[in-house]
Design a protein around this ligand. Structure first.
Ligand code: T4K
Length: 380
């Protein structure tokens, strides 16, 4: 470790993430086509090309891009006619639950498992009632939910299985994209995501019959110029977003490889610090995307609370984040939703979690320094 007396704050702020940007000349070339055609939105040629690329990437025609992940999930739930109660996780970004709420669906929050923070299947099964229509699980931080057990529960209880895969672009399980698990998956292409299209979202789904429904719903319900077949909304991805999506996709493998190096270094350096806990290594059949770098801070062992560490890192110009704290069910707008499960694990994790900076431009030396700073703070 570096001599602690030499540790100075970073000159520029280090945020939890920083979007990857392709070389500007490459993007400018693509802009020319937009300038030539003056097509800016409404399923223009660039979005059509992007959609074909996504189809190819996921090896399915059942893909539908959207303006953002939240609208994708809202429309996905509506298009699948999900209603009543849906069992879901409180350890997620609020948008997961908002998408249910906007569809007048009651969220039933159950606990997560302690290693990778995804829905605990036993708790899911125990929460099923005659009103349950679906399970909405989250591949939080890109860690796959318990795919096989959840699929089994859904099959036995005749429930739809929907994944919020906002964090999981690029993740594969057993050599297959994570998009192939469940009845529907939503990916977010927001700027803060490992893979992005400025903003954007995508649905992948099993039932080909849903494709036209999603297409109508995101475009005001238009089937043709003179036919509106359902009360849709406006959730279209525009040409600039699609262009960014095309250009960032070319670099996906490099982005993931850099994430792997950063994660390996964090793991190596942080493993020795008492009170800093990391999720266990993933099983071999999972190709992870290294989208986030979550750690848990044990206040007793570390000698400082998670919140104190979060504040102390700011003084070094490091802006980590407490994703996902508070739990969604504790936000004012969901406090009137009754929660039967005591959410023991989720509450403990939410009080200890801290996500450290990880992004393509982050230098390995900067990672070393961040680890030294954490170690230094423990020793104060
Ligand atoms: N489901 C889950 C599980 C999700 O995590 C999300 C989104 C959704 C659904 C919904 O998908 P979208 O509708 O967003 O497609 C961010 C993102 O806005 C949000 O997309 C994301 N999850 C959530 C986890 O994080 P904030 O409010 O924490 O982001 P913000 O603006 O504080 O950005 C974090 C840091 O990133 C900044 O400190 C600086 C850096 N940054 C950010 C932006 C936007 C940049 O360097 N450049 C940028 O353009 O919500």
């Amino acid at each position: 470790m570096t001599d602690v007396k030499k540790i100075k704050p970073f000159e520029k702020p280090i945020y939890v993430t920083k979007p990857f940007l392709p070389p500007i000349e490459e993007f400018a070339e693509g802009l020319q086509e937009i300038w030539d055609t003056h097509m800016l939105t409404n399923n223009g040629p660039v979005l059509q090309r992007f959609t074909r690329q996504l189809s190819h990437y996921f090896q399915t025609n059942n893909v539908c891009p959207f303006a953002n992940g939240t609208l994708a999930l809202q429309i996905g739930l509506q298009g699948m006619k999900i209603s009543g109660e849906v069992i879901t996780t409180p350890f997620t970004f609020v948008a997961t639950t908002h998408a249910l709420f906007w569809n007048k669906i009651r969220p039933v929050f159950v606990d997560i498992e302690p290693n990778y923070y995804t829905l605990d299947p036993e708790k899911v099964e125990a929460a099923i009632t005659p009103w349950t229509t679906a399970i909405l699980a989250v591949h939080v931080f890109g860690y796959p939910a318990n795919l096989h057990t959840l699929a089994d529960i859904a099959r036995r209880h005749n429930l739809k299985l929907i994944y919020d895969a906002a964090h999981a672009f690029g993740v594969e399980v057993g050599g297959r994209s994570i998009a192939h698990f469940g009845d529907m998956c939503m990916f977010s292409f927001h700027a803060t995501k490992l893979y992005h299209s400025l903003e954007g979202g995508l649905l992948t789904f099993k039932d080909s019959g849903l494709k036209s429904t999603f297409d109508y719903l995101k475009n005001f319900g238009f089937k043709s110029q003179l036919e509106v077949v359902m009360p849709g909304t406006n959730a279209k991805m525009n040409e600039m977003q699609a262009l960014m999506g095309i250009h960032v996709l070319k670099y996906l493998d490099e982005i993931i490889e850099k994430g792997r190096q950063i994660s390996a270094l964090y793991r190596e350096r942080l493993a020795a610090i008492p009170g800093i806990h990391l999720p266990p290594s993933l099983p071999e059949d999972i190709r992870y995307n290294y989208a986030y770098m979550p750690i848990e801070v044990d206040e007793k062992e570390f000698g400082m609370s998670r919140d104190a560490l979060y504040e102390a890192l700011k003084k070094f110009n490091i802006f980590s984040r407490r994703y996902f704290y508070p739990l969604v069910c504790d936000f004012a707008c969901y406090r009137n939703v009754s929660v039967a499960d005591p959410l023991m694990v989720a509450r403990r994790v939410a009080s200890r979690i801290l996500t450290l900076p990880t992004y393509y431009d982050l230098h390995l030396d900067e990672v070393r320094t961040i680890c030294d700073m954490i170690d230094h703070l423990r020793n104060r």
